[in-house]
Design a protein around this ligand. Structure first.
Ligand code: ADP
Ligand code: MG
Length: 698
């Protein structure tokens, strides 16, 4: 139990919530749904917002159409169904002799929230109905018994779960803070707090949970946002320092003769951006510090050629290289591209995918271990397998957003670490890149190779279908090919769109596209079949692919310049952009029509932004803004623990500062080993030690 006399401060802070006054086992179970298990968790459970109580007025003083808050007691709750899925909920609140009625339309789930006798604060825009005030869809705060709402205060609003009301949550957090807050240790040195004008942790906790003014609240939030970002960036810089110390990579030097030999193999002049990226990569490859570089560039900007260059450099240095693609289709495509380029060179290529037989696979692995394969191309199968390379110099991970960053660790070589080049076609806003990949160096390809044709993008509704298909057929008859992308049935299970694809194929084969050769491509097909379809599409034995988003990534067929996307409102911006990237690859201009019924403002805004520009970096910024902090470019997929209070979009400036401070701290104390940083070091390790694989700091 929680015997506070016999325990350490940390043990006391880890007191299970159920032992806190006013919580108990039942509420503890509910708190667990919010990942709140201990007093410490409650103390660091930050409000998601604040309700301004400055404007609570007597209901008598309400004015037509002027937003205000009143406080009172619920006297009546009435609920009426008015049709299928339609309802009106009314809640009558009395403040002395005056009444205010809150009304909600079609929100029957709110019905259970309100009970007669509850003390509430109601905020909204009052309208006089007859002689009574009404507020449509007001914000209602339920006040717990014993909690006294008063003017002149900001009321914290916490995230909630079923069975826990706002007032109760507030009380529990405050109890945890009052009984256990003093056990908390400050992690930042005094001098550091002063120098950076930050509140102490105790001061900040009080002010974040019980602010008296906006200024107080903001100063408190700033302390925690900064701290969270500092800890993140310290983790990044610790990791970077550790990698730099390893000096375990095989140097891959590229002199002018090797450079010339490689360029002779490439089918075209590289662009300025490609050359710049190659220059940066070669600088890293020449060292024994393992390269750890992210190559980002929009779809079609020619990242593959950059990676080919790097792989050939690795082979020229008599080391092995591995290339990992996110799908089998893409792995095979890379294998074909490389085999073609290298048909006259003495480079031995192996392809490792899930569809090899046991025997083929064993043979391949033996060859890799014996150094008889120079280039190994494959899918996740590469990391899912215990492979030992004889002399692995370089690993390239293509379309990195499909992998978790941490997966890279699984590749081993006898006696050395490889250089890593990670490629992504999802342009990442700068702040996210610093946040998520702050331990990597970044090269960017901004401009596509010259002569690239534009893609015209149309957002259309059903009435325009006939016209679009007319155009689509005309282009097919001119010899072009195209894609029709089936709607996503369920975002979370991307492969589960088979029904959509089959239906669409049947519909089009018997209608709009009956004179053409159509085939399906979807995630549930066996890899060999998928590959066969892709091959035939590339050979123009198929005119139109009816596909799910499996074609989204990397597929390269230059003659395919037409695309129809169904239910475009269900796709994310990055995904739409990836899809569009499929038809901007050749000498013919591309045409994309997105059929959509944008139901929400966000999806309308998304589609408008999409039609408005083809610049992936610009779209990434828009996407970032529209998505909000919830889903950060696969933050979770990358194994990163969620940020609790910082928001990389909003807090870009603090992030830059935290990064600078973090790197300057580790420059003078690379392991945070000094007594001054001891507590901070522990915090970094607890939070990121595992996910970022930071080794023992001693
Ligand atoms: P991504 O960056 O999306 O991986 P790819 O590497 O697949 O792009 O390149 C897209 C297309 O551009 C390919 O067909 C490729 O052959 C072509 N390409 C790449 N670099 C150049 C270049 N320097 N000049 C002309 N075409 C190029
Ligand atoms: Mg690519």
């Amino acid at each position: 139990m929680s015997d506070s006399r016999a325990s350490t401060p940390l043990q006391r802070l880890r007191t299970p919530v159920q032992f806190l006054k006013g919580v108990g086992p039942q509420r503890a179970e509910r708190l667990a749904k919010l990942q709140l298990y201990t007093a410490l968790d409650l103390i660091f459970f930050f409000p998601r917002d604040y309700q301004d109580l400055l404007e609570i007025v007597p209901a008598d003083d309400l004015k037509e159409d002027e937003p205000a808050s009143i406080t009172g007691v619920i006297e009546d709750v009435d609920f009426r169904g008015t049709g299928p899925g339609r309802s009106v909920l009314g809640v009558l609140v009395r403040d002395n002799q005056s009444y205010v009625r809150g009304v909600w339309f079609n929100q029957c789930f709110l019905r259970k929230r309100f009970q007669v006798g509850q003390h509430v604060i109601v905020s909204g825009r009052p309208r006089l109905q007859g002689n009574r005030w009404e507020m449509a869809h007001p914000v209602v705060d339920i006040v717990e018994p014993g909690e006294h709402p008063e003017g002149g205060k900001l009321l914290p609003i916490y995230p909630l779960t079923e069975g826990i009301r706002q007032g109760l949550m507030r009380k529990m957090v405050h109890t945890a803070l009052d009984t256990h807050g003093s056990d908390l240790e400050e992690v930042l040195p005094d001098s550091f707090l002063k120098q950076h004008e930050l509140l102490s942790v105790h001061d900040a906790l009080n002010k974040i949970h019980r602010p008296h003014s906006r200024e107080e609240m903001e100063a408190a939030r700033k302390r925690f946002i900064y701290q969270e970002l500092l800890v993140l960036q310290l983790a990044m810089s610790l990791r970077k320092h550790q990698l730099n110390e390893r000096k375990s990579a095989l140097p891959i030097p590229v002199d002018f003769r090797i450079d010339e030999r490689i360029r002779k193999l490439l089918p075209f002049e590289l662009t300025e951006d490609q050359n710049k990226a190659i220059h940066e990569i070669c600088h890293d490859l020449n060292r024994t510090i393992p390269m750890n570089r992210l190559l980002q560039g929009d779809v079609g900007t020619g990242k593959t050629m950059v990676s080919v260059y790097a792989m050939l450099a690795a082979v020229a240095a008599k080391t092995q290289a591995a290339l990992m693609a996110p799908t089998e289709v893409l792995a095979k495509q890379h294998a074909r591209t490389l085999s073609k380029l290298l048909s006259h060179a003495k480079v031995r290529i192996g392809v490792l995918t899930g569809s090899l037989t046991e025997k083929e696979r064993a043979k391949l692995l033996a060859d890799v271990a014996a150094g008889e394969i120079d280039l190994l191309i494959g899918t996740q199968a590469i990391i899912a397998t215990e492979i030992t390379f004889q002399k692995l110099g370089l690993v390239i991970i293509d379309e990195q957003h499909k992998f978790g960053v941490r997966q890279r660790a699984a590749l081993r070589s006898a006696g050395n670490d490889p250089h890593y080049l990670v490629m992504t076609a999802t342009p990442i806003p700068r702040t996210v890149a610093l946040g998520m990949f702050g331990d990597l160096d970044i090269s960017t390809i901004r401009n596509a190779p010259p002569g690239r044709q534009s893609v015209s993008t149309y957002i259309a509704e059903d009435e325009q279908r006939a016209k679009w298909w007319d155009f689509f057929r005309k282009k097919l008859r001119e010899g072009r090919q195209g894609y029709v992308i089936a709607p996503l049935v369920d975002e979370t299970n991307r492969d589960d769109t088979l029904g959509g694809v089959e239906q669409l194929l049947e519909h089009l084969a018997n209608g709009e596209l009956e004179e053409f050769r159509l085939e399906m491509l979807h995630g549930r097909m066996p890899p060999a079949e998928k590959d066969a379809v892709m091959q035939r599409f590339a050979n123009h034995e198929i005119d139109v692919l009816i596909a799910t988003t499996v074609v989204e990534v990397g597929v390269d067929v230059a003659n395919a310049v037409l695309m129809t996307i169904e239910s475009g409102e269900r796709f994310g911006l990055a995904q739409l952009h990836q899809l569009r990237g499929r038809i901007s690859r050749g000498k013919h201009p591309g045409y994309l029509c997105v059929f959509a019924n944008p139901a929400t403002d966000a999806s309308r805004e998304r589609l408008e932004a999409f039609a408005g520009t083809t610049d992936g970096f610009e779209l990434a910024e828009v996407d970032f803004k529209l998505r909000g902090p919830g889903d950060l470019f696969g933050w979770k997929q990358h194994g990163m623990p969620p940020l609790r209070i910082a928001d990389l979009q909003r807090d870009g400036e603090l992030l830059a500062k935290a990064r600078e401070d973090a790197f300057s701290i580790t420059d003078s104390d690379p392991n945070l080993a000094g007594a001054k940083w001891e507590k901070l070091q522990r915090m970094v390790m607890i939070r990121y030690g595992k996910s970022l694989e930071i080794g023992d700091l001693g």
